[in-house]
Write a protein of this length. Structure first.
Length: 572
């Protein structure tokens, strides 16, 4: 066994504590006196830290001292070679002793990747608790290259190195350590070719496939993360050709698809399979190469299911497919596309509607109309009413440097539906929530697609509060720093509206068919929550806003089942 690369790192930490305890009085306030029946009014003790030392000498001097908490970490990296294999392995050893104890807790971990020269395959494994003879846990398998094990290995090595020196801020984190170890491992694999600054699993995968005699296409790396990857038996049936084997495993065939796949820069077969199931194989194969490339390269990884009976004519099918192409390009969210089918199905029970849209703008208008029709026939439409002075104050444009931001308070079901469509989120379901004040913050102009959906929560503690609890961009992404100033101004306006008495509690109007419901809002009465272990009534510290007419809340909005939305569930 030849050692090609060896690196070892060690760290020590000794935390010394005082030889006496500080008594903490944990007695509850008078308001919480009822907790005494459970024995919680007792004195508690805690160790008081005296000093911290990071030297090995001080660690050895105090390794049996019960007044010290001790931590010893050791991280080792090896690249070794023999006639049969080349192996990269790294070990983490941790020994800790808590203050007041005399024994140590030891944990050991070993991870490795090993290339077998004779078998021409890569093994991945780990051994946990290897210092124990009976409780040792081992795991080893042949790597199938469905994940980038090389990049993962470099990342873990760097993280473990950072972990052992987490108490040494003066030490510079060695971000090249993982790269150095992996490069030494790869350099000793016979016949390997790669660029040293572009290390990944494909580096080894290409070598293994080439030695097997597999013929690779120019863009073969596009398909390496697809599950499943071809096995030896697949190559025996197909050439051996890598792309042909990938096509067979994904139920794809034909010269046209093969020509298309030679051109793709990303491979997503799920959306294409969904399209074949809905539109038909012959229809899909009749599309242009550019259209098929867009579908295979789409980042939309969701299947879509729709009712075939909705297609009443060839023209309607073509219209549906034109919008499907926008879904593939990411311009329209796939869930919005599916909702379109659902609305048409629901409305056709009352009147006949067709899918007429073929462009983004036409689809947006048609989708909003269908949403309103669906609500009219089944669930109702809502209008939230705020005070005019409050709306005018909040809606003033915000100017910062060369940009102008337009805050728009959402009021009607149509406002909420349009915001949900543009942002690809589910904010349309918030129109019924009394305490949720939604502002659409738009950049550039009032109809801009570059916007944030901002939720403020109306509550009552000692006084009325309007707090921002959620800020989301399109697809629920976090906002960038360029929005910071506008959001600060918007927050300040909300607070100022309370100071200057501009804010009034909102009202709501609901229309269901020919009926109309109107409700004012109020802060909920102090209610009770149940403690986990004991059923004791505890008053809430703040009260949320609710509609006085409970029927408003019970209406099942937008075709969804009524669910209880937890306070923690904040994503639109």
């Amino acid at each position: 066994m030849q050692d090609l690369y060896v690196k070892k790192f060690e760290s020590f930490k000794t935390v010394e504590y005082l030889d006496f305890n500080v008594i903490e009085d944990n007695k509850q306030e008078e308001d919480d006196g009822f907790l005494s029946i459970f024995g919680n009014n007792r004195l508690r003790t805690s160790w008081t830290e005296k000093s911290t030392n990071l030297s090995k000498e001080y660690f050895e001097l105090n390794k049996k001292n019960t007044l010290c908490g001790l931590t010893h970490k050791r991280f080792s990296i090896f690249v070794v070679k023999n006639d049969d294999k080349i192996t990269l392995k790294y070990f983490m050893y941790t020994r800790t002793k808590r203050v007041g104890e005399v024994f140590y807790r030891i944990t050991t971990n070993c991870s490795y990747i090993s290339y077998n020269v004779k078998r021409n395959c890569l093994y991945v494994g780990k051994i946990n608790n290897f210092h124990k003879k009976k409780k040792v846990k081992k795991n080893i398998k042949v790597h199938t290259f469905e994940r980038d094990i090389i990049t993962d290995t470099m990342l873990v090595i760097n993280l473990w190195f950072s972990h052992i020196f987490e108490d040494y801020p003066e030490k510079k984190i060695n971000n090249n350590l993982g790269h150095e170890a992996v490069k030494e491992f790869l350099d000793n694999i016979p016949g390997i070719e790669y660029y040293t600054d572009k290390i990944s699993s494909q580096t080894i995968y290409k070598t293994i496939l080439s030695k097997k005699g597999v013929k690779l296409c120019d863009n073969w790396n596009v398909f390496t993360c697809t599950h499943p990857q071809p096995k030896t038996k697949d190559y025996k049936k197909n050439g051996p050709k890598y792309l042909d084997s990938i096509m067979v495993l994904n139920d794809l065939n034909g010269d046209k698809l093969k020509r298309v796949l030679h051109k793709v820069k990303n491979f997503n077969p799920l959306l294409f399979k969904s399209a074949v199931n809905f539109f038909g194989k012959d229809f899909m194969l009749g599309q242009s190469d550019e259209t098929l490339i867009d579908i295979f390269e789409s980042k939309c990884d969701s299947h879509f299911y729709a009712d075939f009976s909705l297609i009443t004519s060839k023209k309607e099918r073509n219209n549906i497919f034109e919008i499907f192409k926008l879904v593939a390009k990411g311009e329209i969210d796939v869930h919005t596309y599916i909702d379109h089918f659902r609305f048409i199905r629901n409305i056709r029970r009352f009147e006949h509607v067709k899918w007429n849209s073929t462009t983004y703008d036409d689809f947006r208008e048609e989708h909003l109309n269908l949403t309103e029709l669906n609500q009219y026939y089944t669930k109702g439409t809502f209008t939230r009413i705020y005070g005019d002075r409050f709306v005018d104050y909040i809606s003033n444009p915000i100017k910062y440097e060369n940009e102008t931001y337009y805050p728009e308070i959402l009021k009607t079901s149509k406002d909420y539906n349009l915001e949900s469509f543009v942002q690809s989120n589910c904010v349309k379901g918030y129109v019924q929530r009394a305490s949720a004040l939604i502002v659409s913050l738009r950049k550039g102009d009032k109809e801009s697609k570059e916007r944030l959906t901002v939720e403020y929560r109306i509550s009552m503690s000692d006084s009325i509060q309007i707090d921002r609890v959620q800020t989301r961009g399109r697809f629920n992404q976090d906002p960038g720093l360029e929005w910071s100033f506008a959001l600060e101004v918007l927050d300040e306006r909300m607070n100022s509206s309370l100071v200057y008495n501009l804010f009034e509690l909102p009202k709501i109007v609901c229309k269901v068919g020919n009926k109309e419901l109107t409700s004012t809002s109020k802060f909920e009465d102090p209610n009770v929550n149940t403690m986990r272990a004991y059923r004791i009534s505890v008053l809430k510290s703040s009260r949320d806003l609710i509609w006085e007419d409970k029927n408003i809340t019970n209406i099942d909005y937008a075709g969804n089942d009524i669910v209880t939305i937890l306070d923690d569930d904040l994503n639109f």
